[in-house]
Design a protein around this ligand. Structure first.
Ligand code: ARG
Length: 296
């Protein structure tokens, strides 16, 4: 950890000021700092948050970095790509929830993804955080189904070296959802699938999804504070207000957590609430664990 003390102290004071109870915040900071640096957290940021909340997100991530914590950031660029395709007159087509990626689509997608990545790196660096955009070399892939899906990649292997090198040199890694074949054919990778594979490879202490809604919502539109999959999963899936998007998200998170150590937890929150989610007991967002019962 390459952090100079006065800076950290100032940041901790800022943190405590934001949060109220210093004991709680200190306890979490200690807990997170004990973990190996590259295994603190994987943060998945959707394209919409990248577009609409770039500054808040950069501020929240910069804040963590100033505390000596280095999250691994993975981002999508879906909405940006939709807009660019519309502007270029390239039709948008999805199959099985995946974006059909013809060569025309890829020609539009690549610069859009590069630009989204650079925008986040720039926003972090503007706040004094060293950040490294990682566009290639993490997801080794092969074509999922060339005829039906075009250049959509199916991940074969996750190479963490570029991420670890960035962290070792004091930079915050910002990973894009592109994959390549061993021979260098670039492929489009769905952001949720990329997140899952990255998380399995890293085995982080926390998995964080930054979304616009800031959590999973119950029937009245309020954020559900915590979900214990063992006790709540079947019950939740049986509710008629759990619509298809949320159902899919829950299923994906269950699948993800089933392959991780039991202490791993998922937090779904917003850029604005990230600090409170991480450094208080009550949090601000939806906490999902595999294990013991939690009231929600
Ligand atoms: N700060 C703790 C963590 O990040 C607890 C968060 C609780 N959050 C919640 N939405 N109930 O692991």
């Amino acid at each position: 950890m390459e952090t100079d003390m006065p800076e950290v102290r100032r940041t901790v004071i800022e943190l405590l000021g934001q949060l109220g109870s210093s004991r709680e915040a200190r306890q979490y900071l200690k807990q997170f700092s004990r973990i190996e640096e590259s295994r603190f957290a994987v943060v998945k940021v959707g394209g919409a948050v990248m577009r609409d909340h770039l500054d808040e997100m950069a501020a929240a991530l910069a804040f963590l970095h100033r505390l000596g914590l280095t999250p691994i950031v993975l981002h999508g660029a879906g909405p940006q790509l939709d807009e660019a395709m519309e502007a270029a007159g390239v039709p948008i087509e999805k199959r099985d929830g995946l974006r059909v990626t013809t060569e025309d689509v890829m020609a539009v997608a690549r610069p859009v993804i590069y630009r989204a990545n650079a925008a986040l790196v720039d926003a972090l660096e503007a706040r004094g955080v060293r950040a490294r955009g990682i566009l290639h070399g993490v997801f080794e892939a092969q074509l999922a189904d060339r005829e039906r899906l075009g250049l959509v990649g199916e991940i074969q292997r996750v190479e963490l070296e570029p991420v670890q090198t960035a962290i070792a040199s004091g930079s915050l890694p910002v990973v894009a959802c592109l994959g390549e074949s061993p021979a260098g054919q670039v492929m489009n990778i769905n952001a949720d699938i990329a997140a899952r594979e990255l998380v399995w490879a890293v085995e982080p202490h926390k998995v964080i999804f930054l979304t616009g809604t800031g959590g999973l919502l119950d029937y009245s539109g309020r954020v559900i504070s915590a979900i214990s999959l063992r006790t709540d999963y079947d019950h939740l899936l049986a509710q008629d207000w759990v619509h298809s998007g949320m159902r899919l998200k829950l299923q994906q998170i269950k699948e993800m957590l089933d392959r991780l150590p039991p202490e791993t937890s998922v937090s779904i929150t917003s850029a604005e609430n990230l600090t409170r989610e991480l450094f208080t007991h009550t949090g601000a967002g939806t906490l999902i664990r595999r294990g013991e019962a939690i009231d929600w």
